[in-house]
Design a protein around this ligand. Sequence first.
Ligand SMILES: [Zn+2]
Length: 340
Amino acid sequence: MIASSPAGLFCAAGDFHVDPWGPVERAVITHAHSDHASHGAASYLCAAPGAAVLRRRLPEAHIETLDYGERRAIGDAHVSFHPAGHILGSAQVRVEHRGEVWVVSGDYKRQPDPTCAPFEPVRCHTFITEATFGLPIYTWDPGAAVVEEILAWWRENRDQDRPSVVFCYVLGKAQRILAELRETADAPIHLHGAMAAMTDAYRESGVAMAATERVTESMRGKALARALVLAPLSARGTPWMRRLPGASVGFASGLMRVRGVRRQRAFDRGFVLSDHADWRALLATIEDTGASRVLVTHGWSEALARYLAETRGLETGIIRTRFEGEAGELGDAVDSGEGS
Ligand SMILES: [Zn+2]
């Protein structure tokens, strides 16, 4: 019912693509990260809570929305969105055609996140799952506890008049940290300019977050000596960092589970915080769907597919995408939101 095509996943019954990467007529979008929401479609359909964020990414696009759970007939298929728990407005796409149900999960997580609706398992025959962190080494602690670690580290640095810089994704991760800190931060949190537009979109959408202040051109040195600054990883090693002499630098990512990565990249601190499912959550979710067939995409897809076939007896397959960018989190694709 849904198959790979040159522009990505295509549903022939409804004549639409899910998260296409090429120009198509109708795009059904799971969420606004750039490797799921590309330019060039004639029209976009997304879950209503994600509209403001998608609008920031695609200012010229024709965007329609559906509430979570609302059904729409598209061609011969029926389509609905269900919360994926990944970032604000993220959705799984349920497609039904002649009694057969497929679910494209997009990126998802099962941990509580104050910025978005919790993941909702959807029963289906075929489940298309991500595998960004599809290895048993990836296990997460509760997000609120990790953000408490960030807060404690900020206070330590502040006592030494040392700025604290947390590198994190511009869309989703930064706002999740700000939302977790909304009760406990006792000073505004400073944002690199790249963080501002998406944070505004979250505020417009009604997400409560800690107070923020944008790092301006004139701010440097003493003005930021006690600041907690959120910045994209792409700012690291650029002249922008010179305004933060002596800064302690941390990185908030699921990749920080692997100590070697942290050491190799010389972060002072790694905060294990991901907007993707960890290994246990991937397995639990696949079971919750009741799917007999699981197609795996993104990240560690071969490893997860093999495990499911061997231990669960499921029919599995791999869907290749143009973006296998999760491992590229430490590379150039820093604004895609993947691998986070
Ligand atoms: Zn994503």
